[in-house]
Design a protein around this ligand. Structure first.
Ligand code: HEM
Length: 261
């Protein structure tokens, strides 16, 4: 989700709850740890690999830290599944993250726009096709890494149940999926949340959870119009806006928040 500096008074909407921001932070920490402790094993000859292992405290500690990162990722994955299954907010977010035919048309229109064959960018709802794809990639990637990582971790027990070639395939998948995930984060995710000129040097949504009205309107016009429509008809506002309104009721008369990002 994009956000940018907006001078003057502006209304902000909650995009990520505190719970979701903490989940994102745990994901970041565990991913960073797993990459840092996994890639030196994959590329032992690469410049910096030996230094990283030395700084981590040696080869054995590197392995223990990789398993610590794995436990963090497994814990987070279990928690996240419970969150989207059992909480109202989680179910609602999952529903809005579900791929729809519109996402395919949006992706085509976006490419056409960037190559100059279309005048307008697609109008996104709460999640764009890019955000949906990133979410699915993280969920899918985590499940693949956890399954293959477990087989590598408990190799002897695994070999009692499965043939050796399955373990070899698991090892290759673990290794290549690690590279894919690392590149996807460095190139794709970092572009969208850091290097994109509209958010440079960084989108702060992962820290504040807030998105400005300007950015919501620009990047998620369908969601913005729905929120405005509900506000105008006095209908029930969605959860993210209701939380915002609750906070505003607790504030003094000048309910409009002004904040410079
Ligand atoms: C995004 C998550 C992860 C990344 C980026 C990652 C990365 C890597 C890499 C690059 C290797 C070296 C592979 C090779 O030598 O070709 C590796 C090995 C290994 N990984 Fe992972 N991994 C991840 C998640 C996990 C998880 C969840 C587990 C356990 C459930 C796990 C357990 C292992 C084990 C046991 C090895 C064997 C080498 C060792 O003792 O460290 N990994 N990982």
């Amino acid at each position: 989700m994009r956000s940018s500096a907006n001078p003057g008074n502006e209304r902000f909407y909650e995009r990520l709850t505190l719970n979701e921001r903490i989940q994102h932070m745990v994901l970041m920490a565990s991913f960073f740890l797993l990459v840092l402790t996994g890639l030196p094993l994959r590329f032992p000859e690469a410049p910096g690999s030996a230094l990283i292992v030395e700084l981590l405290g040696g080869f054995t500690i590197r392995g223990a830290l990789h398993r610590l990162g794995a436990v963090m990722l497994i814990g987070l994955t279990i928690y996240h599944f419970l969150y989207v299954a059992l909480s109202r907010r989680g179910r609602s977010e999952l529903w809005q993250l579900a791929p729809r035919p519109k996402d395919l048309f949006d992706a085509i229109q976006d490419v056409m726009f960037y190559i100059g064959l279309e005048d307008r960018k697609p109008r996104f709802d709460r999640y764009s096709y890019i955000e949906k794809f990133e979410y699915l990639a993280v969920v899918w990637g985590s499940l693949v890494m956890i399954t293959t990582g477990f087989l590598l971790w408990f190799e002897d027990q695994a070999l009692e149940l499965i043939p050796k070639w399955v373990l070899d395939v698991a090892s290759i998948i673990h290794s290549w999926e690690a590279i894919l995930a690392f590149l996807a984060i460095i190139i794709w995710h970092f572009y969208h949340v850091h290097l994109n000129p509209e958010v440079f040097p960084m989108s702060r949504v992962w820290l504040t959870g807030q998105v400005s009205e300007h950015d919501l309107k620009a990047n998620h016009p369908m969601e913005y119009e729905r929120l405005m429509g509900q506000a105008a008809t006095g209908g029930e506002a969605p959860q993210n806006q209701r939380q915002d309104q609750r906070k505003e009721r607790k504030r003094p008369a000048t309910a409009e928040r002004s904040r410079s990002k």
